[in-house]
Design a protein around this ligand. Structure first.
Ligand SMILES: O=C(O)[C@H]1NCC[C@@H]1O
Length: 355
C-alpha cells in the first residue's frame, strides 16, 4: 500500500488584486512558543513548504501565502506567518486582509457583528483588524498595523546602472527602501512592469549591501525586504500611486539582468504604512488624514495615521490600512510521496535563476 499524500487545505483570496493562499491546516508543521520562534522555525525548517506552495506546479510568481496558527496571546483569534517569494515574513497588509476575509467568510472565526474585530498574533506584535460584514460577506478590512517608523530619509543609495538613488528607509511591518519612480526615469504603468521590476531588483541588491537595519524591539527582524517605487511628494489633487517589487527567489548579484521580480498587485499594506511614516516625517501627511494609495492595477488602500508612539528611541506612527478581499476558491493541495518535485520547481522563463 502506498503512503498517503500530504494534504493541505487552503482558501484562495485576493486583496485588491494581490493573491494570498490561506493555509488552514498547516499549523501542525510549525513549532515554537512565541510568534518570533515560529517565524524562525519556518525560516529554518519549512522553506520546502514555502516553495511547494508558491512555486510551480502549485504556485506562480505573483502568489503569497499565509499559515494560520493557533494564537499565542490570550484574547487573540489566531497567529500568522506569511510566505512570500523572497522568504518568510512576519507581517503583510494584503495577506492579513486575505486571512481575515477567509476566516470570517468561511466560519473559522465567528462574525460577531457588522463590525467584527479580529486579533492576530504576528512576529512583530499583535495586529487587530476590523471587518465590516454584511450578510456573511466581508465588505472591507481595516488593519490596525504595528507602529511604523523612519530610519532615514533620502539615503543616497549607489545603484549600478541607475546611479545615486535617494531612498527612504522605513519600517511598516517589514523594512522597505522607497524611491521616487521619476528618479528612475520610469512611470508607474502596468505596461512598464518588466522595467519597474528590474529597477526594483537593482535597488534591492544595492540596499542589501549598503543599508543595515534592525528592528529595535526585535533583532530577528532585520534587513531591507521590499522595494517601493512611488509617485513622490504628496501633491494635493494628484493620485498617490506605487508599486512594490517582490523578490522572486534569490537575487543573483553578478547577473541582475536575469532577475524577474513580481510587482505587488495591491497597493501593499506594509508599504503604505511605511510610506505614511515617511510622508508624516516630511510634513506631507497629518495624523487623522486619509491617504488614498493606488496600486499598479489601480486598486486602492485607504491608509490613515491614528497617532504617534516610539519604537526604541525612534519616533513612530500608528498606521491603519483599509482594503477589500475576495475569496476566489477553496482548495486542497496534495504532495504525493512519489512526486519527484517535493518542493516544486522553477524555470528561468518566468523565475529568477536560483529561485
Ligand atoms: O500588503 C503587503 O504588505 C504585502 N503585499 C504582498 C507583499 C507585502 O507583504
Amino acid at each position: 500500500m502506498s503512503a498517503a499524500p500530504l494534504a493541505l487545505d487552503a482558501i484562495e483570496v485576493h486583496a485588491e488584486g494581490e493573491p494570498g493562499r490561506i493555509l488552514t491546516s498547516a499549523a501542525g508543521l510549525v513549532h515554537g512558543e512565541t510568534m518570533a520562534e515560529r517565524l524562525q522555525y519556518c525560516k529554518e525548517n519549512l522553506d520546502w513548504l514555502r516553495r511547494l506552495m508558491l512555486h510551480e506546479p502549485r504556485g506562480y510568481p505573483g502568489l503569497c501565502s499565509v499559515i494560520l496558527l493557533p494564537p499565542v496571546n490570550e484574547g487573540s483569534d489566531f497567529g500568522i506567518v506569511v510566505l512570500e517569494q523572497g522568504g518568510f515574513t512576519p507581517m503583510s497588509g494584503s495577506n492579513t486582509i486575505c486571512a481575515v476575509t477567509a476566516v470570517l467568510e468561511e466560519g473559522i472565526v465567528p462574525v460577531r457583528g457588522p463590525e467584527t474585530t479580529v486579533t492576530i498574533d504576528t512576529a512583530v506584535g499583535v495586529v487587530t483588524a476590523v471587518a465590516r460584514v454584511e450578510n456573511g460577506k466581508v465588505l472591507s478590512v481595516t488593519v490596525v498595523n504595528v507602529p511604523a517608523f523612519v530610519v532615514e530619509l533620502d539615503f543616497p543609495l549607489q545603484v549600478p546602472e541607475l546611479g545615486t538613488v535617494p531612498v527612504d528607509v522605513v519600517f511598516g511591518g517589514q523594512f522597505f527602501a522607497q524611491a521616487r519612480v521619476a528618479d528612475l526615469g520610469l512611470e508607474l504603468s502596468p505596461d512598464n512592469g518588466k522595467e519597474l521590476a528590474r529597477a526594483g531588483a537593482l535597488i534591492k541588491l544595492a540596499a542589501l549591501e549598503q543599508i543595515h537595519v534592525t528592528h529595535p524591539d526585535n533583532p530577528a527582524i532585520s534587513g531591507v525586504n521590499l522595494i517601493m517605487l512611488h509617485s513622490g511628494d504628496r501633491v494635493p489633487g494628484r493620485q498617490d500611486r506605487n508599486t512594490v517589487v517582490l523578490s522572486n527567489g534569490k537575487l543573483v548579484a553578478d547577473d541582475p539582468s536575469t532577475w524577474t521580480g513580481a510587482l505587488d498587485r495591491s497597493p501593499c499594506g506594509t508599504g503604505t504604512s511605511a510610506r505614511m511614516a515617511a510622508l508624516h516625517s516630511r510634513g506631507q501627511l497629518a495624523i487623522g488624514e486619509d491617504f488614498s494609495h493606488h496600486s499598479i492595477i489601480g486598486s486602492e488602500f485607504i491608509g490613515r495615521l491614528t497617532g504617534t508612539t516610539t519604537v526604541g528611541s525612534r519616533e513612530a506612527v500608528l498606521p491603519t490600512i483599509t482594503g477589500r478581499g475576495w475569496v476566489t476558491g477553496r482548495s486542497q493541495w496534495l504532495l504525493d510521496p512519489t512526486d519527484p518535485f517535493p518542493s516544486g520547481y522553477t524555470v528561468g522563463d518566468i523565475w529568477a535563476p536560483g529561485a
